[in-house]
Design a protein around this ligand. Sequence first.
Ligand code: NAD
Ligand code: SIN
Length: 485
Amino acid sequence: MNVYQGTLLIGSNRPIGRAEAMESHCPWDNTLLWQGAAASKDQIDEAVAAARQALPGWLETDRARIAADFAALLKTRAEEMARIIAMETSRPLWETRTEVASMIAKLNYSLTAQSQRRAETRVNTGDATAITRFKPHGAAAVFGPFNMPGHLPNGHIIPALLAGNTVIFKPSEKTPHTGEFMCRLWQEAGLPAGVLNLVQGGSAAGGALANHADIDAIFFTGSVTTGQALMRLQTRFPHRMLALEMGGNNPLVVFDCSNHRAAAYTALTSAFLTAGQRCTCARRLIVGPADIAIIPELASMAQRLRIGGPLDTPEPFIGALISSRAANDVLAAQDRLLAAGGADILKAVAVTDHPAALSPGIIDVTDVRNRPDAEIFGPLLQVIRVEDFPSAINEANNTRFGLSASLLTDRRERFEQFFRHVHAGVINWNRPTNGASSALPFGGVGISGNHRPGGAWAADYCSYPIASMETEKLTMPEKTAPGVF
Ligand code: NAD
Ligand code: SIN
């Protein structure tokens, strides 16, 4: 087990002082994985100063080559990375291997996006050339969530570095080991000192970093509550780029879908993958009258799901939630829905001897009035039965969030209508609500985002356009302006 300090200046390998102690444990069995310390205010100042100082040199560096070296190194260390994520998040190894594969693939997606979306363009205006080019913002703070602690920060860091920004990265306080391992790989890949700076800690360290006057951009993935706090800071720092990727209360609609088994399976993976801890997980299953039979089919599959430790064989579908507190929050939300008139189709319960683990829950909330519009970040699915398709669309839109939405139907015209009227940044047909493709933009509308989609579009928020009018030689015009002699 390694013990590291709160802040690591990548490249210099110089620990700078100690602050509040931190530990990371496996949520499944409480194994101690990592010990370290949260960054102090002075350490954060030092990390930001290092990032600023590294900016000019980074612009002169072959950034794509270093990023390629990082991706190659990650490929050779993929199993190690997948195991660290699995242990730290209590997700099964098969699933975290897919996360690491996405991290490796991110480089090529980012290079393509950079060349397609940020390419230099030239227009000959007759007496000059009008050129659009792009510049990085400067020192960017990246905030990561706990649920996919490799892929999601990596989805900001790679395009940010390629564009020429330097980065101060604060992983979730629940996944410091993953954050550190990832940064060590960048260090091994030869990243110059100060280009990527790791700052550990929770909301205090995050707040100090976000409030730092020398930060030029914030790339955030996490909850709406934290995202809104960052948005409030914009009144003090209106010049900053702020990209927010937040949660959802995502609808999965089943209407006129003949393959009930496939629909039940798709609902199961949409709702319960990662124990329901994906921002794109389906929270609400909206079912038309001809499709009601999927509900018992889904309940029967959900009841038989294998739940287990991250490295168990045979492999489980899900592990524990990130903490027993998170599991208790889900159970409390379930109790509130039941007290408000919900009917339990399958009640989520704590798994014996594993207080952070829950079995999946399915509650019929059709008769609950004033249903809370909140993201319940765990394996709890709310079922809403509807009579007709317009009601299904109204229910899908009955939320302030707008991250992902999906329709399972045999009928193309139903999907076209759904696509036209549903408010979300991801709208799928006969696919789960989650498992977002890295080839596409990824971001939400409503309170799920601020119109700065990431995924393949992250290149857009990592730089800004510069307009230049250029000629090789300065000459007098044939005709001067009126009044000039
Ligand atoms: P969180 O908001 O609690 O934390 C995210 C990051 O922000 C962490 O690094 C945390 O330490 C930091 N932070 C917390 N308070 C802060 C403050 N006041 N100032 C600055 N930073 C602060 O989120 P989480 O619980 O780690 O992640 C789960 C949430 O993330 C869910 O809501 C989920 O839907 C969302 N999420 C969204 C996406 C997306 O791309 N849309 C992807 C994954 C997760
Ligand atoms: C997430 O970012 O939480 C989920 C990505 C996905 O599975 O869609």
